[in-house]
Design a protein around this ligand. Structure first.
Ligand code: NAD
Length: 281
């Protein structure tokens, strides 16, 4: 399928990065977000990110201008007309489903709905959308402008056109798409649960400090220690993924979410985005 336009929904941590990556690949992008303050912040962040790329001589000043012009920022859903929708809104199935259904009313019946969910069942979302064969997971990693991996998540309903279009789109965006089936946490987020929860357990039990755990794991080859990474991802988002995988794995003890992270979320210590998480920013 030919993609003429992409609409990214949600201009938070992930949506903004995905929109920038798509515009850098030459696509015309609509970035839809309910919160106008978030939209404004996203616009400024993209402008600054691209300026940094100019500074590093990765793009020219003219290219920066072109990329900026390719992104149209809106909080009006009526203007969201596109061939592919990539949603990166709040991690709640019913809200994602409501959004896709609203967009389906406004758009042609062939448009594709891709969800960037970290852990919700893509199949359960698809089954609540008319023509579920056009629903797929397109799971980017943080920061979306830099990380190459994209898990493309097929449900039993996804048709070949949808899969091929999204695989191709990811490649056009300079990403490395890996096709996987819909399963709790897909592949990376399931494997990564232990990286986070087991390290938090070590801290809870008093075996190691947050700082020492990060230093040790970085020295052993990880680019970022688990606590720095959770602060980057957002403790609310990371905790929600742990809870979701735990529930979907029938509350298997191995996947039990951490009390320490639950506390951080309750205290509003969400990480970089709120100014404090496991570290202060
Ligand atoms: N943060 C990560 O590292 C990461 C990585 C991969 C995937 N994800 C997934 O991406 C999604 C977004 O995560 P995030 O970290 O960017 O969240 P975020 O909280 O930074 O951003 C979400 C944005 O969506 C907006 N929003 C909520 N409902 C909306 C609606 N109905 N229409 C339009 N905008 C709406 C919110 O105002 C908010 O700005 C989640 O599903 C999450 O699981 C997150």
């Amino acid at each position: 399928m030919n993609i003429n336009s992409i609409c990214v929904c949600g201009a938070g941590t992930m949506g903004n990065g995905i929109a920038q990556a798509a515009a850098q690949a030459g696509f015309s992008v609509i970035l839809y977000e309910l919160n106008t303050a978030v939209l404004e912040k996203a616009k400024n962040a993209t402008s600054e990110n691209l300026q940094m790329l100019v500074g590093k001589e990765k793009i020219t000043a003219e290219e920066r201008e072109k990329i900026i012009l390719l992104i149209h920022y809106t909080n009006d859903i009526q203007t969201c007309l596109a061939d592919v929708f990539i949603e990166a809104i709040v991690e709640k199935a019913e809200i994602k489903i409501a959004l896709f259904n609203q967009l389906a009313e406004l758009n042609h019946s062939e448009c594709i709905f891709a969800t960037n969910t970290s852990s919700l069942s893509v199949t359960a979302i698809a089954e609540k959308i008319q023509r579920p064969e056009r629903v797929i997971g397109m799971h980017f990693f943080n920061p979306a402008t830099i990380m190459k991996l994209v898990e493309v998540v097929n449900t039993p309903h996804t048709n070949e056109t949808t899969t091929n279009t999204i695989m191709e789109l990811a490649k056009q965006m300079g990403k490395v798409p890996v096709l996987c089936k819909d399963a709790p946490g897909f592949i990376v987020n399931r494997v990564a649960r232990s990286f986070y929860t087991e390290t938090m357990r070590l801290v809870e039990e008093g075996h190691v400090s947050v700082e020492a755990a990060d230093k040790l794991l970085e020295a052993s080859g990880f680019k970022m220690g688990p606590f720095k990474l959770m602060d980057l991802i957002g403790n609310d988002v990371n905790y929600a993924v742990s809870c979701s995988v735990y529930e979907q794995m029938n509350k298997n003890e191995r996947f039990k979410p951490s009390y320490l992270q639950e506390q951080k979320v309750k205290e509003g210590k969400l990480g970089k985005k709120s100014g404090e998480g496991f570290y202060k920013y």
